[in-house]
Ligand binder design. Structure first.
Ligand code: ADP
Ligand code: PAZ
Ligand code: K
Length: 244
């Protein structure tokens, strides 16, 4: 039985899997990691595979939480699970992006845009041959709202919701962020489609995926919302025969 853990900048997502079968999934804030040992205690876990982009303190906290098991950390390299990493320095790629690319390939064939809408928005291009061509990093929905609040005198952080023609400050900010995120995704979809000479599919995951998806100017048949692509990728890694 495998425990898979994705430590993002806002939340920790985790799953317990037996082969391809998911037995349990959950998410918690960084401050709630202390609850993990009690939550995983009922399961006979033999392997822990994780990725972390939230700094060494959280890595240490997870290592302590799963003792006596040791965490196998996913470190991006040049090749893994059929994916080629084109980053100039492969290890500089976010481990969550690397896991999402591996998960995406297992979910779907063809040329893909792999989108993670979390604290940051990442939009990564993956070819049918398994080459990660590169991708973009933008501030995510909440970071965009917070940056406006920090850099202006009058905006603050009023609540907002998705609407076509915003008529209050909160909605104006929320939808400004939403169209920026949608635009970043659409732009990369068009760029990859132009490069490959045909339409591409877009796999989208992360905490804000459901908010963004309805506003994407991409045919619905080319967009697929996947619950947690990072954990899917970690499951592939955990099931690999060669040790990490
Ligand atoms: N229960 C929740 N707690 C925190 N953020 C949430 C929750 N549900 C949705 N979100 C949204 O998801 C975003 C975080 O997404 P997530 O994929 O967990 O990010 P990360 O991997 O960077 O930690 C937040 O910015 C927020 O807008
Ligand atoms: C881009 C990210 C901040 C996204 O983090 P997240 O929103 O998932 O918390 C993370 O993948 C990261 O720190 N990447 C390292 C730099 C890079 O991928 O180029
Ligand atoms: K993430």
């Amino acid at each position: 039985m495998n425990l898979l853990v994705d430590i993002g900048n806002t939340r920790i997502k985790w799953a317990i899997r037996q082969g391809t079968h998911t037995l349990h999934t959950a998410a918690c804030l960084h401050t709630e990691l202390a609850m993990l040992p009690a939550q995983i205690a009922p399961w006979p876990i033999s392997k822990v595979v994780a990725c972390n982009v939230a700094g060494p303190e959280l890595a240490q906290a997870l290592a302590a939480a799963v003792q006596p098991l040791t965490v196998q950390w996913l470190i991006p390299g040049r090749e893994r699970c059929g994916i080629h990493n084109s980053y100039t320095e492969p290890a500089r790629l976010g481990a969550d992006r690397w896991a999402a690319l591996i998960g995406a390939r297992q979910q779907r064939e063809g040329d893909l845009l792999v989108v993670m809408a979390g604290t940051a928005l990442t939009v990564d291009a993956l070819t049918t041959e398994g080459v990660f061509l590169g991708g973009t990093i933008s501030p995510g929905l909440q970071l965009m709202r917070k940056s406006l609040a920090q850099g202006t005198a009058e905006l603050g952080l009023p609540p907002g919701q998705a609407t076509e023609f915003p008529c209050n400050t909160g909605d104006a900010i929320f939808n400004g962020a939403l169209v920026a995120l949608a635009g970043a995704i659409e732009h990369m979809a068009a760029r990859l489609a132009r490069f490959r000479g045909h339409e591409v599919s877009c796999l989208i995951s992360g905490g804000d995926a459901a908010v963004i998806t309805p506003w994407l100017g991409i045919a619905a048949s080319h967009v697929c919302h996947i619950d947690n692509l990072v954990l899917e990728g970690l499951a592939v890694v955990a099931n690999e025969e060669i040790s990490l």
